[in-house]
Design a protein around this ligand. Structure first.
Ligand code: ARG
Ligand code: ZN
Length: 886
């Protein structure tokens, strides 16, 4: 079952109004829907509605009950998930359909459609979950006004919520009550939501820029109500920020957030009724880490920002997913940057992209930001669509400038408010608003693969000119055999003189570059748009060192002829923090690859390398969080991409060896950093505190790699004395680098302290799943049976099973035990929750990165999966693409 973008056809009907009645019951919910249709072009004889896992009770057309076969049939359509209900003999112009279905939320383990979590009812409709409640034109280009009546037992479901405004409430007999909600904004079905259960709300209010008061409520179970303060604060700041930065005001008088424990993804932007995974809302200093806090703020922002980028302007079809996700990720990145540390956030985002999206682009599931086809749309809620999509949006901004970008976005809203549109529409708004010719920029949506830009430079002493030659290479990717076209790549360039001072770029003799101001220094954005281009800069007084791709101006890899000395100069002096960090990344990468080639258990570091890092560690003026980022080496997945098909455990070992050797060389400095950044101050989420804790824990991580008793004692002390989760779990992680008495005891103490808190237990499971000590698979197996684990809860599955699949020593064990373990888990999970199962199948997609033996072992497991009858579409798409990728 493959769906193609080129087969898109507009839906031939308009669905103006939708009236839904849910009579809630755990195993026997009755859903009645009344749909008011109009033929949109020529009158058709029949209409198709989609449904999945439904019991159909009755269908009527204009008030007349229809008989099966004569009035309607259930058919299969290879392009549609589930069943198609085809209603025949339609009258012309307008008609009303009434459909009654029965569903069983309590036994729905997919976390899609209507299901129960901790006894409460909730929904997840994106992308195609609405059809699990009733037969419906469940596609995003059908936008309708919804009125929803919920009927439920009052004692078990005192709270009844849906989208929009509450317009009626009734007390019914038999201990039942009802609530009716109406959403005045037309929306696609994927933005529908319903929640019912025993919930309490933290209430607050926000007054918008035009003076409208919006009631804000965050709903949780009673035991969690003290943990939503940070989320509420974040929501108010998001609402204010969207007004200040983009002129976007909220459009209703009510905004609800509901917290649920069982949720496949992070959160969902349903109109005025966001639903959140509890891990992205609940926070106290004792239970959440700094990164949780920042992440919560970002995702609260993300879902809120969807109200404009996603809800008011939505996607025509699911191929356009990045239209809303790439743009909204860009917006949440900016939100986080404005509220916290811009430089830290940018580096984090680049790290994430390289560690997750680059491998995706190089693996079996490679796809363009706008995929031309898919089998299971759930598999495309990917780093490519989200994070690479956000980088495309950032390139628009880099090319058009901040003001030009804002003009483009304003025009986009002006043109398309209330519509379901495409990535082309966004592109056109950006270009039209600026009179810009962005030829070849759109190719970023259409071509998979991470481009490499090869850059060499020549300085002419006599003529005082700098010649920069660039060439772009677009790799072959698993999704297509088509030839790739050169793309428009904005390369932000700056120059440093030999003392590290910023140099003016001078006049450039080829057009395609323009000066823009990136953070206070003059940086030139070069537009590389052909396969190969040469740029000549005049009036350069001395040989410069090139600061390339400042701010990470495009999601590419850079190969340059810069020397190690150049990189060290950049690391010390570049005004662009990203480039300072990236220079360190390149230096570390070289050192690790050298150790890998040498194959020894111990890395012999060069003195220059040690000195460069010593300077960073000892730098008293640098941002502490930034220093800790410089000290985090490229991930194994990035390193594997450099060397291709090889033993991942050997690369992992080389990386560890370099860390350990650096720790040995800088033990005194690391100890001093660790000690001077310990503090018993009250916990505060601010840049200073976050930076201090990050650096302190990074130093401790290096020290722990030495596995010396005195450092292990230090970690234990930090663990015991921690007054916040960041330090407690950070120190525990350090202890768990080694499997010994101390770490076992600490894990046990941690469990006893937190066994009542499922989110903290996820940390506990994750740390153990990720231990790189030998035979850790046995521990993971035992944890599957531990009371802390729950095979129905996505967070627990991700923390134990998915986390294990991202380790080296044990997942990639040469006896294949890790691979067959994951396969067993996938087979089990696929029966209850295909989305979660397919997330766990992702570990197969990089198989071509590994050595032959491992490729064979992985292939054998993939074949085992492929043989399984009734494999979900989600898992089978990945399995078949992996098998094909060889
Ligand atoms: N739109 C949600 C977001 O904010 C993600 C929902 C994805 N759900 C899914 N079943 N694929 O990013
Ligand atoms: Zn989103």
């Amino acid at each position: 079952r493959t769906v193609h973008l080129k087969d898109y056809a507009p839906y031939p009907f308009l669905l103006h109004d939708v009236f839904l009645t849910f009579e809630l019951h755990p195993e026997n919910t009755r859903v009645e829907s009344r749909l008011q249709f109009e033929h949109s072009t020529k009158d058709r004889d029949s209409i198709d509605l989609y449904g999945e896992a439904l019991e159909l009770v009755s269908v009527s057309l204009n008030g007349k009950a229809l008989a099966a076969e004569e009035g309607y049939v259930i058919v299969k359509d290879s392009k549609v998930v589930g069943d198609v209900l085809r209603i025949k003999h339609l009258p012309p112009q307008t008609f009303t359909l009434e459909i009654v279905t029965k569903i069983s939320p309590a036994t729905n383990t997919t976390c899609e459609g209507l299901y129960q979590s901790s006894g409460n009812f909730c929904t997840q409709c994106e992308a195609e979950g609405f059809r699990r409640m009733t037969f419906f034109p469940d596609r995003p280009d059908v936008m309708s006004k919804y009125t929803t009546r919920i009927v439920a037992d009052k004692s078990t479901n005192p709270v009844l919520l849906s989208n929009g405004n509450l317009i009626a409430q009734e007390e019914l007999g038999d201990g039942k009550h009802s609530a009716t909600w109406q959403d005045p904004f037309p929306k696609p079905s994927y933005l529908f939501a319903l929640v019912a259960g025993k919930l309490v709300a933290l209430e607050d209010a926000f007054t918008t820029c035009s003076g409208k008061k919006v009631d804000l409520k965050i709903w949780t179970t009673d035991k969690n109500k003290d943990k939503v303060g940070w989320a509420m604060e974040s929501l108010k700041r998001a609402m204010k920020w969207d007004e200040d930065r983009w002129g976007r005001e909220y459009d209703l008088n009510i905004f609800n957030i509901v917290v649920v424990d069982d949720f496949n993804m992070g959160a969902m932007e349903n109109k005025s009724l966001n639903v959140f995974n509890s891990r992205l809302v609940l926070a106290t200093p004792e239970t959440a880490t700094d990164s949780d806090y920042i992440h919560i703020q970002g995702v609260i922002g993300h879902e809120y920002f969807h109200n404009w980028t996603g809800n008011r302007v939505t996607c025509r079809d699911w191929f356009q997913l990045s239209l809303k996700e790439g743009l909204t990720v860009f917006r949440d990145q900016e939100f986080t940057s404005d509220l916290n540390s811009r430089l830290v956030k940018r580096i984090e985002d680049v790290q994430f992209l390289r560690q997750n999206q680059y491998p995706e682009d190089a693996g079996a599931m490679a796809h363009p930001v706008r995929p031309p086809s898919y089998e299971a749309i759930d598999n495309f809620y990917s780093c490519t669509v989200y994070e690479k999509g956000a980088e495309i949006i950032r390139m628009y901004e880099t090319l058009l400038g901040k003001e030009g970008f804002r003009k483009g976005l304003d025009l986009y809203f002006e043109r398309h408010d209330g519509q379901a549109v495409t990535c082309d529409d966004f592109y056109r708004a950006m270009m039209d608003a600026n009179g810009y010719d962005g030829r070849n920029l759109f190719l970023w949506y259409q071509q998979a693969g991470t481009p490499t830009v090869e850059l060499s430079s020549q300085y002419d002493e006599d003529k005082k000119t700098l010649t920069v030659r660039m060439e772009q290479q677009l790799p072959a990717t698993a999704d297509t055999s088509e030839e790739k076209q050169p793309m428009l790549i904005p390369v932000a360039l700056g120059l440093l003189d030999s003392s590290g001072k910023e140099m003016a770029l001078g006049r450039m003799s080829e057009d395609g570059a323009e000066a823009v101001d990136l953070g206070g220094v003059t940086t030139t954005v070069i537009r590389l748009m052909r396969k190969q281009q040469t740029f000549v800069f005049e009036g350069i007084p001395s040989r410069p060192v090139l600061s390339i791709l400042r701010g990470f101006s495009a999601p590419v890899k850079i190969r340059s002829d810069r020397t190690e000395q150049d990189l060290m100069l950049l690391l010390s002096y570049d005004s662009d923090a990203y480039n300072r960090w990236d220079s360190a990344q390149t230096l570390a990468k070289e050192e690790i690859l050298k150790a890998w080639r040498a194959g020894a258990g111990k890395a012999e570091l060069r003195a220059e390398f040690i000195d460069a890092f010593r300077k960073v560690v000892a730098d008293k003026n640098a941002d502490k969080h930034f220093i800790s980022q410089v000290l985090s080496f490229p991930s194994v997945s990035e390193l594997l991409e450099e060397v291709g098909s090889t033993d991942p455990t050997a690369v992992f070992a080389a990386r560890n060896a370099v860390e350990k050797s650096l720790a040995e060389a800088l033990e005194r400095e690391m100890l001093e950093v660790f000690t001077s950044n310990r503090s018993s101050e009250a916990y505060k989420v601010d840049n200073e505190g976050i930076g201090r804790r990050a650096l302190m824990l990074t130093a401790l991580r290096f020290l722990s790699s030495l596995n010396k008793p005195e450092h292990n004692e230090r970690a234990l002390k930090a663990f015991k004395e921690a007054n916040n989760m960041t330090e407690q779990v950070g120190a525990l992680r350090c202890l768990c680098k080694n499997d010994n008495e101390l770490s076992r005891k600490a894990l046990e103490d941690f469990y006893q302290q937190w066994k009542h808190d499922d989110l903290v237990l996820c940390q506990w499971l994750r740390i153990q799943a990720q231990m790189e000590t030998p035979n850790n698979l046995d521990k993971v197996r035992r944890l599957l049976d531990h009371e802390a684990f729950d095979l129905k809860n996505p967070n627990k599955i991700y923390s134990l099973i998915l986390a294990f699949s991202r380790t080296y020593t044990n997942f990639h064990a040469i006896d294949g035990s890790g691979y067959s373990f994951i396969t067993d888990c996938i087979l089990k999970l696929d029966k209850s929750n295909p989305q979660v199962a397919s997330a766990c199948t992702e570990c197969f997609t990089s198989l071509r990165m590994y050595d032959d033996v491992r490729q064979q072992l992985l292939t054998a497991q993939l074949q085992r999966l492929a043989k399984e009858e009734n494999l979900s579409g989600n898992v089978s798409e990945i399995v078949h693409k992996c098998l094909k990728s060889g």
